[in-house]
Design a protein around this ligand. Sequence first.
Ligand code: FAD
Length: 450
Amino acid sequence: MTQKTVAVIGAGLTGLSTALYLKKQNIPFKVFEKSNRVGGVIQSHRKHGFLWESGPSTGTLGKPEAMELFEDSDSLDLLEIASPVSKKRYIWKKGKFRVIPSSPISGLFTPLFSLRDKFGILLEPFRPRGTDPYENLSSFVKRRLGESILDYAVDPFVSGVYASSPDILIPKYAFPKLYNLEQEYGSFLRGAFHKMREKKTDRDRKATKQVFSAKGGLGALVEKLETFIGAEHIVTGAQNLNCSPTEDGRYQIMQSGKLETFDGIIFAAGAEHLFEVFPFLNQPKFHDAVKVTYAPVIEAAVGFKKWNGLSLNGFGGLIPSKENRKLLGVLFMSSLFTDRAPAGGALLSVFMGGLRRTDYLSRSDSELRETVLAELGEMLRIPNPAPDLFEIARHEKAIPQYDILTAERMKIFGEIETAYPGLILGGNGVGGIGMADRIRQGSQMAFRLE
Ligand SMILES: Cc1cc2nc3c(=O)[nH]c(=O)nc-3n(C[C@H](O)[C@H](O)[C@H](O)COP(=O)(O)OP(=O)(O)OC[C@H]3O[C@@H](n4cnc5c(N)ncnc54)[C@H](O)[C@@H]3O)c2cc1C
């Protein structure tokens, strides 16, 4: 029997994960990437002794596939686990960053939540199970945990991860684990208790809450993956790629005047690019597949050779919308990972915009710089902030939202796969947005070809 040949569309973390596992199975494959480099939104930079990211900054090893990616690409030497200070996380409330409680006792004393909600947690297991699968996150959290927990835990968390609002996210798609705890066990607490007692396999144990990056930045991991996969398998600068089915049930790809035929195609780009790659899918019944709401994110890397602000003893701080500040959050990157700033200095990664402030995208660099320095100066008590590094990255379509459109998008992705055997559709429009989600989906897609 001859081996099936596969094309992978997109060489972000998802496509690279797919390619890694195609290579491991000795399946002949080729990756087509539109831009001139691989890695997608992942990009690391160095200047003046600072090392910063203009895309994702940290991931969690929350799925075994994330650790396996490092293992299976011989990249364990690159894996960098965040320093233990990462366990300390802050939320801004009434003029101060406050530590997120890490135990039930510290939870009782935190000024972040109301007394009513602190004690109300005890009643959580007795609250009725939700019945609306499309209930939004705000209502879901208010119903189970209370309003102050929504405002001072969930809202800032959602800003940090989705650059979004709990009013638009649907837990069933955005936080499926949490949603399933309620559906399966009737309660988060009861569900978490059951999960803790479940027997774990060695593979399950690879999934931890640890925060990771790579030595030399996440860009170094991308470079390693590219080398491991083999540059000969990757076509960059693949503009205007056009894929269509052939009469014998295969797929042909036309790119730069060259026609190539494959048995299977794995789509690992954002959902909005679907019809660009597969014009034959642009049919009314599939139109909702490309309807995606994106949150914009502006990221500022701010470096100080000599730090003289508050002690950066933690992961970073998130800012609830209720507090009406101009930033979404700040990560203390040089406290988490080595080599991010010169000794005695600091590197901060600041996030702005999101669905809260879409207008920030059109602001000039100098306006954004003024805003960031004024906010950081006050929040981290930096006298006359004059950074040695200030770099802005604008991402207009940063984070796909797992909102009410997601149900239809997922359904149509499934219908397309059924209608066109050999087409496997992934990308961050389905299956989660975090790096561990991307690695899981990417690796699973590599094993789905029959
Ligand atoms: C600013 C920002 C910060 C983030 N921070 C974090 C974080 O701290 N932690 C975390 O876990 N996650 C974070 N995320 C999310 C996470 O980074 C992404 O979900 C993940 O990296 C996306 O990987 P991907 O391969 O699915 O998509 P992408 O990285 O977008 O890659 C898709 C690739 O497909 C290519 N492509 C598109 N169209 C075509 C076409 N027609 N033909 C060929 N190729 C095409 C693109 O050029 C791109 O290279 C962040 C995302 C952003 C944008």
